[in-house]
Design a binder for this molecule. Structure first.
Ligand SMILES: [Zn+2]
Length: 419
């Protein structure tokens, strides 16, 4: 029997609530039970994982974006071919008709920071879970009617499905220059604004200049790394704290708690940590709630900082997402500098620096963009001091007048180019 979507969401809300309680009571027991269920109900139907006899998660192969896309046809449990899914997704994006489905499964296009794009598949039931997750862990319940302004690269059925009498979603296209949205935003007066930090910062500028006059109760940052300085600027402009969501395509991996840390949703995820140093790790994620396109030991490129949180949750706490492993600058002799050090050096060099970008061109050259431009020398000197302290003595810092950001894509403030 096909359930109405709203009923599915309500059922998902109950299940999510129950699973969270079970996890908090006994994390290991809950995860083992989820894992057994996931293997039996989902992995058994996947050609790639179906005959995996071993029961231990460590026996499964680790996947990156490359392998996940390469093995698409064998991973999904519905026999959907990558080329067909990509074709449907591409056509939908070109026509800006955002309801692409294939055999009743919604197809989404993942927005990578670089070239190779992927597609992802979500069923009606998974969408209901996603919506329930957004309601339960991000928006929170309220009986007051709320309007949400959601900035996206491409709309997807996934997002418009959070539509009800109590929540009204308005979709703003990231590919259109932001100025063209101001009138609509001023008319809408959203209660909640969701977007990537670079977009939120454009709204901050517009609000300060008086072009934008909105008073959201909640600002939610998605997709890019939210630096603490952007967080402060958004907070002081709109007088609300910024909530962060950590997600990848349709997988909701974590969100900030009342204490300001992230918690990874371990009541449905198995998280293995690949340690980079004492506090930093790269997460390897298994999403036990996926049914159509199982995510098993998917290694994220993100650098997470492990921490302890006093809020009471037993789920892994993360103090910040520092950036991507591609953003770590590599120098001769195997030396590396994490993006956080670069960020602190530049921001710490002068209080008026509001925007910057550093791109490593090769092992000896970086380009640096600073706004305001008059502070370029100050920032460059701070970077030189940082490099000297690491015994990196002959690094050239080039001045660039403009930042590199293709509209509609993720903005990367610190970026190491690989050749
Ligand atoms: Zn917490």
């Amino acid at each position: 029997m096909k359930l109405p979507f709203k009923l599915r969401v309500i059922l998902a809300l109950f299940q999510l609530g129950r699973e969270r309680r079970q996890f908090e009571r006994n994390p290991l027991y809950h995860q083992q039970r989820m894992w057994r269920r996931f293997r039996r109900n989902t992995l058994a139907k996947s050609p790639l994982y179906g005959d995996q006899r071993e029961s231990c998660i460590e026996d499964f192969p680790i996947q990156g974006k490359l392998e996940f896309t390469r093995d698409f046809d064998f991973i999904n449990t519905r026999g959907i071919r990558f080329d067909d899914a990509m074709h449907v997704a591409q056509e939908a994006e070109d026509s800006r008709d955002f309801t692409p489905t294939i055999d009743g499964v919604t197809v989404g296009l993942s927005s990578g920071t670089s070239g190779n794009r992927g597609v992802f598949l979500v069923s009606e039931e998974e969408r209901a879970f996603w919506v329930a997750m957004v309601l339960q862990r991000i928006l929170g319940f309220s009986l007051k009617k709320r309007k949400v302004a959601f900035f996206l690269r491409a709309n997807s059925k996934l997002y418009t499905s959070v539509q009800s009498r109590l929540i009204r979603f308005s979709f703003f296209d990231l590919l259109i220059p932001v100025e063209q949205h101001f009138t609509e935003l001023n008319d809408l007066q959203p209660d909640i604004v969701v977007g990537q930090p670079s977009l939120l910062m454009m709204l901050v500028d517009a609000q300060r200049e008086g072009k934008l006059r909105i008073a959201p109760h909640k600002v939610i940052s998605v997709a890019e790394v939210l630096s603490s300085e952007d967080q402060k600027a958004i907070k002081s402009c709109f007088q609300v704290s910024v909530q962060q969501v950590y997600q990848c395509n349709e997988g909701m991996f974590g969100q900030t708690c009342a204490h300001g840390n992230f918690h990874l949703n371990e009541d449905g995820l198995l998280i293995e940590k690949d340690w980079l140093d004492e506090t930093r790790f790269q997460p390897i994620v298994t999403d036990m709630r996926r049914k159509i396109q199982p995510v098993v030991r998917y290694k994220m490129n993100d650098i997470l900082h492990a921490t302890k949180c006093d809020c009471g949750s037993k789920m892994i706490a993360v103090s910040q997402i520092e950036g991507r492993t591609d953003d770590v600058l590599h120098f001769d002799g195997g030396r590396r500098i994490f993006p956080d050090f670069i960020r602190r050096a530049v921001i710490g060099s002068h209080k008026d620096i509001s925007n910057y970008q550093i791109i490593q061109e090769d092992s000896k050259t970086l380009s640096l963009y600073v706004d305001p431009k008059s502070l370029w020398d100050v920032a460059a000197q701070a970077l030189t001091r940082l490099f000297e302290a690491q015994q990196l003595l002959d690094i050239e810092i080039r001045r660039v007048e403009n930042k590199t950001h293709i509209q509609g894509t993720k903005f990367r403030r610190i970026h190491a180019q690989r050749h």
